[in-house]
Design a protein around this ligand. Sequence first.
Ligand SMILES: [Zn+2]
Length: 161
Amino acid sequence: MTVEERERRSVVRVVPPVRPRKLAKVPFVELADGRLQGVVSSGSDIARVYVSSIAARTHGYSCGTNNNRPCGGLHGAPCKHLRALVDEAVLQYGLDRVARYLRVDVGEGEDLMSRLDGSPEPAPAAVVFSRFLRHLAYLELPDTTEPIDELHWFPAMGAVR
Ligand SMILES: [Zn+2]
């Protein structure tokens, strides 16, 4: 089985997204606690993940590693992890739902990211990260001896501790 096939299968097992997502890039995304938040893998370091979030209404955003080191890509503007998070949320929930949740008007042909006008603000990364771990634990896994993409995150998290 190819990676693509495994990803497609694992996507179907969880809540079916509006469009297929790449779990390897953004393994966890949710609309919860008044935020769009999730876990985003580092583009360069396979052993590192970021917890990224954007608040509804204020659009205040934050990004940092799961052990609370601030993201080096936040220079007064959302980093690539936040952009990846928004992209994946739109795939998972659909643009309308994400825009409604964040309380942002996105016109025809407009990019949701460009309509956000928040500034950096601290957010509770640990809460998001522990929910991500619980999400992994509760995934219904079929009887299989093949690798499960979601579980590949466990060794990565051990390495950054
Ligand atoms: Zn970042």
